[in-house]
Design a protein around this ligand. Structure first.
Ligand code: NAD
Ligand code: 3PG
Length: 523
């Protein structure tokens, strides 16, 4: 008999396969109302229950966490993985509902519907006070053209809006297919009448619309956030509402939920909903049935298709593959951070002993490292191939015909819209992972921590000037590797640092003679 805890409000109709199973006992209660957490094999949640490492530790029988929705930011996926607990979600079930909710918010915002509704119900009849603005012919700026962003774009076009999109990982082909104009963030900020955000909350998107970027927007801009609280910096937003630059805001999500003493709630021109994007009968039925089916499959020992953390490998295979698996993920992150641009093709070549292993898993691990720098946190070995396909990235793997002399070697070539990136790595037992070539330059470093990648001209004094500049800013260099093809030509440096560089210092390095390219890398 399996025990499943349904800790949040999830559609019972959708959960029917689990509720009706004779082999499963279901308890529908909040975590803190449950007396004995130790019996449960599965826990099903939405965004309200926080599945922390502490909770996972209190559930020693736990095998699977089911998220009836998209975002897994309320689940400690790393801890789950460490504890061998599979995490699954329902990534597509609420896309349309959230897109529709965003659209409803946009229309309500520009036509003052919540304010007018409250006014009429209080006995007023103030027609002239609620003069609205049409969507027709307006510039809609969409930041993040994933599942939800694309659905918004379709609907906006039907309303006769001009759609501008900023998504650093959007290929030209995909933008063309969806029929949107891809532009830079600055162009979008300067041109859009209405801006809506649809990215995951990551270290790069946190505060994306903060003081500096809000200053670049049009006077009288409207803003929407139905993605995750914090993408629009709430403190900066208050300032821009106070000075009248931002005309109206619609929020479904907040930095702290439920919001407490949040000044944004005091403005008449701010309309809000309590994280209702996914709250429709259809979406709830869809996410609940997706999760129920997956959990049922898993508990019956069948493979699941929406796992976001663990690949389905036997213990034996996993042990052999693990070092390459980990290394491939790091190379993926390295390549993605070195090449911040849309990518169309990735080729992975395996050489030596690694080519005898199940390389498709290693390829997926590379892809998940690569994509995790660009897409929501839900990308992993299981879904990386599908996501790459959705993003228009073709990937292929080959076994090398020539040997380079290493016992094992993984070579990767990433083709982007304006440049390519080539990297080679090897794994040496009892010594570790080594990056042995970048863009044709021989090099040898351990891919970990804070790194600084510099392309420069091979001239006396360049390395010294870089060292001095970092020293002036109290940045300690732990290790440094240089590589060149010929004396006096282009060369590269890879420095391992005790802390990352501020953007201002990177900009400063770029102004120095003979420095061509500088990039902070975090592995
Ligand atoms: N309000 C709700 O109830 C609700 C419901 C569902 C999803 N969501 C949230 O909506 C957001 C989008 O969900 P989705 O399913 O469309 O995700 P998705 O992964 O399909 O799309 C995210 C997009 O953001 C892009 N992106 C990543 N970093 C970026 C950056 N720095 N700048 C611009 N674009 C960037 C990615 O390339 C990707 O195309 C997520 O935060 C999700 O948690 C909210
Ligand atoms: O990430 C999601 O799926 C949404 O934010 C919906 O969250 P909810 O299931 O708590 O409504």
């Amino acid at each position: 008999m399996f025990h499943v805890l349904v800790a949040d409000s999830i559609s019972s109709v959708g959960l029917a396969p689990i509720l009706e199973s004779e082999d499963i006992t279901v308890v529908q209660k909040k975590v803190d109302e449950v007396e004995d957490l130790t019996v449960f094999d599965a826990i099903l949640v939405r965004s309200a229950t926080k599945v922390t490492e502490d909770l996972i530790k209190q559930m020693p029988n736990l095998k699977i966490i089911g998220r009836a929705g998209v975002g897994v930011d309320n689940i400690d996926v790393e801890a789950a993985t460490r504890h061998g607990v599979v995490v699954i979600n329902a990534p597509n079930g609420n896309t349309v509902s959230t897109a529709e909710h965003t659209f409803a918010m946009m229309m309500a915002l520009l036509r003052h519907i919540p304010q007018a509704n409250a006014s009429v119900k209080s006995g007023e009849w103030k027609r002239s006070q609620y003069l609205g603005t049409e969507l027709y012919n307006k510039q809609l700026g969409i930041i993040g053209l994933g599942r939800i962003g694309s659905e918004i774009a379709k609907r906006a076009k039907a309303f006769g809006m001009n759609v501008l999109v900023f998504d650093p990982f959007l290929t030209k082909e995909r933008a063309k297919k969806i029929g949107v104009n891809s532009c830079t963030l600055d162009e979008l900020l300067q041109e859009a009448d209405i801006i809506t955000v649809h990215t995951p909350l990551t270290k790069e998107t946190k505060g994306l619309l903060g003081r500096d970027n809000l200053a670049k927007t049009k006077q009288g801009v409207y803003l929407l956030n139905c993605a995750r609280g914090g993408i629009i910096d709430e403190e900066a937003l208050v300032e821009y509402l106070e000075n009248g630059h931002v005309k109206g805001v619609a929020l479904d999500v907040f930095e702290v939920e439920p919001p407490k003493n949040n000044k944004l709630l005091t403005y008449d021109q701010v309309i809000v909903t309590p994280h209702l994007g996914a709250s429709t009968k259809e979406a709830q039925l869809s996410v609940a049935s997706q999760v129920a089916e997956e959990v049922l499959k898993f508990l019956n020992g069948k493979p699941v298709s929406s796992s976001i953390n663990l690949p389905t490998l036997t213990k034996e295979v996993y042990e052999k593959i693990q070092p390459f698996y980990k290394m491939a993920k790091k190379i993926g992150k390295l390549a993605s951070q070195c090449m911040k641009e849309p990518v169309s093709d990735i080729e992975i070549v395996y050489e030596g002993s690694v080519s005898e292993l199940e390389t498709s898993f290693i390829t997926k691990s590379f892809l998940s490292g690569f994509l995790s720098e660009r897409i929501a946190s839900t990308v992993n070995e299981v879904n990386a191939g599908i996501i790459a396909g959705e993003r228009g990235i073709n990937y292929s793997e080959k076994i090398a015909t020539n040997r380079s002399g290493y016992e094992n070697c993984i070579s990767i070539l990433v083709d982007g819209e304006s440049s390519s990136f080539r990297v080679k790595a090897t794994y040496i037992p009892h010594y570790g992972e080594r990056i042995i070539e970048i863009n044709g330059y021989d090099i040898d470093f351990y891919p970990t921590g804070e790194l600084l990648y510099i392309q420069h001209i091979d001239k006396p004094g360049v390395i010294g000037r870089v060292g001095n500049k970092l020293g002036e800013h109290q940045i300690n260099i732990a290790t440094m590797q240089v590589g060149r093809k010929e004396a006096g030509g282009e060369a590269i440096m890879m420095l391992s640092l005790d802390k990352p560089l501020e953007q201002a210092l990177i900009d400063d390095l770029l102004t120095m003679d003979d420095i061509v390219f500088v990039r902070n890398i975090h592995l």
